[in-house]
Design a protein around this ligand. Structure first.
Ligand code: LER
Ligand code: MN
Length: 269
């Protein structure tokens, strides 16, 4: 099992960014705990010192399986479905600006909250149309660099667009691009899926990335999710990617990340 954990490269309001702050110290801590990789949450790639980042990632022998992009929504309000066409265009450009970074690390680009919500003055059909158009355009450009995009079904309290696996799979049909798949997150699945394991199996090879947090969004092993059967179902789909921890940094990020890896490595899979 390949394990990673989320690290935000910039200060963030997103509470489940397990690590943020001093990059070098965090990467060292993550590597020392035995993680194979680090998932980077990046608001804007222009804010990064790419060379320094690459050097540090190499130094600690970590892999970057995925790049999170949701902070562009959380901190800047960019989204694919904003009523304002300038904001929609900026969101598309922002995702495309992640492509060189993702290509260097051979990482997946995550489409989380940057997809937006259905705004009051916009119909669901219109929002879906903007979402599909943005994804088609981004997937087309990403394909030239061999980069894949993964949309994350997110629970109803955070977005009104694509809350569950069946909506996600319908979107995959609409976008119709080989480099487009899903990121499943056990925390959101616990809220939205009738049966987590059965939903995972229906995705087959379209699962590009996987987030773990327990039912309470704390580290895996601290709530009531059955990770043994969840990860068994994931393996049944042929998934060979990372299991990436995205949980609240409580009681602190080091303790949470250490308990998460100890729990997952201890599962009889
Ligand atoms: C991001 O991966 C996520 O899971 C969302 O809850 C962001 O708010
Ligand atoms: Mn997630």
């Amino acid at each position: 099992m390949k394990l990673s954990v989320v690290l935000s490269t910039q200060p963030t309001q997103f509470q489940a960014a397990t690590f943020s702050g001093n990059l070098e110290n965090n990467l060292q801590a993550i590597a020392d705990m035995g993680y194979d990789g680090v998932e980077l949450a990046v608001r804007d790639p222009r804010l990064l010192d790419l060379e320094k980042l690459q050097e540090s990632i190499r130094k600690y022998k970590l892999i970057v399986p995925a790049i999170g992009t949701g902070q562009a929504w959380g901190e800047e309000g960019l989204s694919f479905t904003d009523p304002n066409s300038d904001i929609r265009r900026k969101a598309i450009e922002r995702i495309q600006s992640h492509i060189p970074l993702a290509s260097q690390f051979q990482a997946i680009i995550i489409i989380g909250l940057i997809r937006g919500i259905v705004s009051a003055q916009v119909s669901f059909t219109q929002a879906m149309q903007w979402l599909i158009e943005a994804l088609v355009e981004c997937c087309h450009v990403a394909k030239e660099s061999g980069v894949r995009l993964a949309l994350e079904p997110i629970n109803r309290y955070e977005t009104s667009l694509i809350n569950n696996v069946s909506e996600g799979m319908r979107l995959i049909d609409e976008v119709d691009a080989e480099n487009f798949g899903l990121l499943l997150d056990s925390f959101h699945m616990n809220i939205e899926e009738p049966n987590i394991e059965a939903s995972i199996v229906t995705c087959g090879p379209r699962i590009f990335h996987f987030h773990v947090a327990d039912s309470n969004r704390h580290y895996a092993g601290s709530g009531h999710l059955n990770f043994q059967s969840i990860l068994y179902s994931l393996a049944q789909t042929g998934y060979q990617g990372f299991i990436s921890g995205e949980f609240l940094p409580l009681p602190d990020n080091h303790i949470a990340a250490a308990k998460n890896i100890a729990f997952l490595r201890g599962l009889p899979l």
